[in-house]
Design a protein around this ligand. Structure first.
Ligand code: RP5
Length: 159
């Protein structure tokens, strides 16, 4: 089971890309909105119990300086995959820096801003699970093969 947490329900439109990718691989997930600043106790509670509740990795997304992924990582030793959300004024650069620049000791593996990052975080979670799941490993190789094939099959580009 993969936990997907995000700072606001307004992040869901972007984070659906992670949920869809996990669904494509048949990996169960639990997706929730909770905020490091609006509901700090709920975040601490959820993250502290995540492993006990069957999570194997956590994808954490937030926008602005919200720093949700770092807070989640502070409460668990599970792998935390951070996805910076696009933001209105700084186009997600604030989210990127507040997620990626973790001081030594509490890591957050940080992905690209927005939907690509959400999808890639899910693919990374699949790769983690595939280390001990041969069937999932096969599905991942197949996904890569289909992706490569689709690019190679594309028509020559013309003006
Ligand atoms: C962050 O603030 C959330 O992760 C979201 O990206 C951003 C804006 O949240 P809303 O004001 O739309 O709820 O905490």
């Amino acid at each position: 089971m993969i936990g997907i947490v995000m700072g606001s329900t307004s992040d869901w439109e972007t984070m659906k890309a992670a949920a869809k990718m996990l669904q494509e691989f048949g990996v169960p997930y639990e997706a929730k909105a909770m905020s490091a600043h609006r509901t700090p106790h709920a975040v601490a509670d959820w993250a502290s119990n995540a492993q006990k509740n069957g999570m194997q990795a956590i994808i954490a997304a937030a926008g602005g300086a919200a720093h949700l992924a770092g807070v989640v990582a502070a409460h668990t030793t599970l792998p935390v995959l951070g996805v910076p959300m696009p933001s209105k004024h700084l186009q997600g650069l604030d989210s990127l820096l507040s997620t990626v620049q973790m001081p030594k000791g509490i890591p957050v593996a940080t992905f690209a801003i927005g939907e690509a990052g959400a999808a890639n975080a899910a693919l990374f979670a699949v790769a983690l699970l595939a280390l001990s799941d041969k069937n999932l490993d096969k599905k991942l190789s197949e996904f890569r093969r289909r992706q490569t094939e689709a690019v190679l099959k594309s028509e020559p580009l013309k003006l």
